[in-house]
Each structure stands twice: as structure tokens, then as C-alpha cells.
Design a binder for this molecule. Structure first.
Ligand code: ATP
Ligand code: MG
Length: 386
């Protein structure tokens, strides 16, 4: 029996004019994600994407797993493909759904006939398949309102398909259709979640990480690479610009008032990130800031941090509690890596009494003590892209 994956498109169905682009992008993303699992033909008809294995040795489990993390899909069914003949449809339904139906109490059959040349209409198909399944499995009764198993029979152009109980897709919009943005990726919990959330809205990601060797170790860098790899299971491959930050931090420490260390450092990060973002065709910056979570994330501090930046700064977790962020981090499997105890450059130079209501004038005054621009340029020149 031949199996195929049927992917139902999400929100993009609504976007009339751009629909073609959405579908093309989604199919391209999908093809890339399942490229190592065998040869598949991918095509789209009637708001459904077909993932059609071209040989026996295709790994359907792996393809299904990967497809469940591709944004733009609301649900996925693993279906049996069968010749458009009612007797064959019935016998394949019995065989293919045996495990599912043997363990259920109620079911219902829904038929959809998009090939109008098929001699039976949808209600007849439902009746015949339903009766046959009812006879075959004595444990199940029909429940049209709230069935435990919804058996679907679709008569389409090329063949008929039988499936039941789809698994949820990743939702969102296909990565790439909403442009590209630079995610400031620390090794913490919040920024990988922020990255995931924007990728879900169709944004392609470019990573930027600031490291302060030898204050932060090689392993802290590896941790960030691993986080990008985990987020990449949803967002696709993410390049990371590794920005050397040691000199900037040492200059700040040597010249500026301690209470402003963190904010001046964060302003450097944003300004450097903006330049790197523009060079890499990104239309926005993304951070994992959440209002009031730490001293540098009060409203005043956020204002100071983004002052001087002209790209939009997207902060998808700004209104979320830590617990909610952790919930997502666990679900997308970044949490365990995020909590590995390697130091971050922010924590190395933390002031004892940071300002929570900073005044921009004071900070700009402090910054005058540093060759701000030259330091940014030097850091950018020494970026390594991974
Ligand atoms: P996270 O959990 O993402 O580390 P956080 O709650 O620890 O966030 P901060 O350390 O104040 O908060 O950082 C706020 C945001 O600034 C981070 O979410 C991230 O987007 C960015 N950021 C912080 N440190 C770095 C870094 N070393 N490299 C790149 N971006 C960083
Ligand atoms: Mg952090």
C-alpha cells in the first residue's frame, strides 16, 4: 500500500493575491527540510500540499516529523493512496485504519469528491465505507457529532486518499515571506524563543552573537550555535555573525560609571547589530527582551537601548511572563540547552546597582568618554560568520 502526506495550508489560504508565492515558498522550505529522507515529489492542489514518496525506501516517519515543524501548515495527515474504485477504497480503509479503529469507540466517515467523474456521490461514499467499517470493527459506533476517529475519504484527480485524525502542524506563515531580520542571540532562554516566534510569522533569521573571550569561553559560543541549530529545525538554517565584544566591554569598564555599564553595553550591541543587519539585508532587529524582567528592560531602559537605531526593533516576548517563555522553550526543545551554565557576556560585567530609570542625556554624556564609532567599526571588522 502506498502512503503519502497531505498537508493542509494555514493562514495563507486567506491571502488571495499572494497565495502563489506563499505556496511556492512553503514547498521550497519543505523540500529543503525533508531532503535527507528520500526522494519526494511535492505539489500543491486545492489548498493541500502533497508529499509523494517516489520510492520504497523514503523515510516517512522522518518526513512527517520534519514537516510538523514547517511553518505555514495547520495539519498533516498520513494517508493511504488508493485507486478510485469503491471496493478498493473499502478494503484499504479496513486495512490502513485497523489499529486506529480497533482502539476507538466512535467514528464517522467524511467524503469529499473533487473528481466529479467518480460515479458515486459523497453521501453514498460515506454510507458504503461507513457500513463496511462498522461491520468490520464491532467495537465502534457511529457518532456524527463528536467522533473519536474522523475517517476521511477524498476522491481527487490522480487517486483516492484515505486518512484519519491528522496531527497538528506548526501553524504560522512560511519562513521567508515576511522578509529577513537579525536576531540578537544570547545563550539565554528568551532570545531563542523570540527567534522562533518571529520565524513563525514568516521571518527569515540571521543571528548575531556578542562574545567576550576570555571572559566567556568557547563553550558559550558552541551553546549559541547549538541553540541556532535547534531553532533552525523550525526556522531553517541560521547564519550567525560572531562579534568580538571584549574590547568594548573593557573600555566601558575602564571609562564609564558602573551604574551605566549594562545600558552602554546594550547600546553598543544594538548599534553594531543594526549595521550588521543592514549589511545582510535585514529589515529589523529582534531581541528577547521582556518588560520589567531585569533592570535593563524597564521602559526607560528600553528607550535608551534603542535610541539611535532606525530599524524596527521587534520584541515578541515583551508581554510574556518568564513562565510562558519557558513553556515555549520547552516545547521547541531549546530550554535544556539554554540553562547550561556557561557565562554570557552580559553577566560578566554586571553592575551592582544598575539604573532602572536611566536618563538618556546622562548616558550620551558617559559615552562621549569612548571612541564609540571606532569601537563599533573594529568589532564589525573582526566578525566571524558561522
Ligand atoms: P536571554 O534569555 O535571551 O539571554 P535575558 O533575559 O538574559 O535574555 P538580557 O541578557 O538583558 O536578557 O538580554 C536581552 C536581549 O539582548 C536578549 O534577549 C538578546 O536578544 C540580547 N542579547 C543579550 N546578550 C547578548 C549577546 N551576548 N549576544 C547577542 N545578543 C544578546
Ligand atoms: Mg541573557
Amino acid at each position: 500500500m502506498k502512503e503519502i502526506l497531505l498537508l493542509k495550508l494555514g493562514e495563507l489560504v486567506l491571502k488571495g493575491l499572494n497565495r502563489g508565492n506563499f505556496e511556492k515558498r512553503l514547498m521550497k522550505n519543505l523540500a529543503w527540510r525533508i531532503r535527507n529522507f528520500g526522494e519526494f515529489k511535492i505539489y500543491c492542489m486545492q489548498s493541500t500540499i502533497y508529499v509523494d514518496p517516489q520510492s520504497e525506501d523514503c523515510d516517512m516517519d522522518a518526513a512527517l516529523d520534519a514537516a510538523s515543524r514547517v511553518f505555514g501548515i495547520v495539519n498533516i495527515s498520513r494517508a493511504a493512496e488508493v485507486e478510485k474504485d469503491i471496493d478498493k477504497i473499502i478494503s484499504v480503509s479496513k486495512e490502513y485504519l485497523r489499529d486506529t479503529l480497533s482502539n476507538a469507540k466512535t467514528f464517522k466517515v467524511e467524503a469529499k469528491r473533487s473528481d466529479k467523474s467518480f460515479p458515486k456521490k459523497s453521501p453514498e461514499i460515506c454510507f458504503e465505507v461507513g457500513s463496511a467499517l462498522h461491520d468490520e470493527f464491532e467495537n465502534i459506533e457511529v457518532d456524527v457529532k463528536n467522533p473519536e476517529v474522523l475517517v476521511k475519504v477524498e476522491i481527487r484527480d490522480r487517486a483516492a486518499y484515505v486518512h484519519a485524525n491528522p496531527i497538528p502542524g506548526a501553524g504560522g506563515l512560511p519562513v521567508g515571506i515576511n522578509g529577513r531580520a537579525a536576531i540578537l542571540l544570547s545563550g539565554g532562554i528568551d532570545s531563542p524563543v523570540a527567534a522562533y516566534m518571529m520565524a513563525k510569522r514568516g521571518v527569515e533569521l540571521f543571528g548575531i552573537h556578542f562574545f567576550s573571550y576570555p571572559y566567556t569561553s568557547e563553550r558559550a559560543k558552541e551553546k549559541v550555535i547549538e541553540l541556532a541549530r535547534l531553532v533552525g529545525k523550525y526556522a531553517g538554517n541560521i547564519k550567525i555573525a560572531m562579534v568580538p565584544f571584549t574590547k568594548i566591554q573593557e573600555e566601558i569598564r575602564a571609562n564609564c560609571k558602573e551604574e551605566y555599564f549594562t545600558l552602554i553595553m546594550r547600546r553598543f550591541m544594538m548599534q553594531i547589530a543594526e549595521r550588521v543587519a543592514r549589511e545582510n539585508n535585514c529589515g529589523a532587529l529582534i531581541t528577547g527582551e521582556s518588560l520589567g524582567q531585569v533592570a535593563s528592560q524597564t521602559m526607560e531602559a528600553l528607550g535608551v537601548t534603542e535610541n539611535g537605531i532606525s530599524l524596527p526593533v521587534l520584541r515578541p516576548v515583551i508581554g510574556m511572563d518568564k513562565e510562558e517563555i519557558v513553556g515555549i522553550a520547552r516545547r521547541i526543545n531549546t530550554f535544556e540547552t539554554s540553562i547550561l551554565p556557561y557565562e554570557d557576556c552580559c553577566t560578566v560585567f554586571t553592575p551592582k546597582h544598575p539604573r532602572t530609570k536611566p536618563k538618556l542625556e546622562n548616558i550620551l554624556e558617559e559615552e562621549k568618554k569612548l571612541p564609540f564609532d571606532a569601537l563599533c567599526c573594529e568589532a564589525i571588522e573582526n566578525i566571524e560568520i558561522i
